[in-house]
Design a protein around this ligand. Sequence first.
Ligand code: PGA
Length: 243
Amino acid sequence: MQIINTENYAEMSKEAARLVAATLRLEPEAVLGLATGSTPQGLYAELVRMYREEGLDFSEATTFNLDEYVGIGPEHEQSYRYYMDTNLFNHINIDKDNTFVPLGLTEDIEGECEIYDELMDMVGGTDIQILGIGENGHIGFNEPGSVFVASTHVTDLTESTIEANSRLFAKKEDVPRRAITMGMRGIMSANMIIILASGEKKAQAVRDMVLGPVTPECPASLLQLHPQVLLIADDEALSGIEF
Ligand code: PGA
């Protein structure tokens, strides 16, 4: 795993945007794996700026998001489809038909998991996968547990994730208890993975990911086995690691 240590969140976001933009310029039909949460918001803002000011072209790109809450629809302001539309897709020239976010509100959630993996297989996986990291070491909603789950699946969110994400809901009880998430196979099949981390709260998870054993108790630790991973993190997130 290569590490880029940035001074702060803004630098982290710019560095990540520079790499996504380079991927798109080399390969306009690139398949981008995207993440939600607070961490990539600066990256998306920078990509929107690059679209407006530098003509960065998304018209032929395809995107796959990592996850979605189960039980809320795309119009729900806390859904990840809504997040993607409002943070990125509505502001760039991407064809929304080529943007995939798992459906969290569907009669057939197991079928949705299968379809999602089939769609990803059809495009040959992602060229570049953006990830954040949970305070508990999760990536996507692959929560700590006793096994790595390969395929897209429905998962129960851990207390720590519900607590961390409750800041975005009116009250903790409103946070959905389950989510649909791309599994480790989908994530690991990316040609290149960029994992972003900012802030003191992520220091322990980052340390476990980089220096700890490869274990499903810290799902991000599996990234140690991927040949092309770049961790872009600020000083605080890297404070648990000595260089
Ligand atoms: P955050 O979430 O970016 O909102 O901190 C990251 C994650 O839980 O993967």
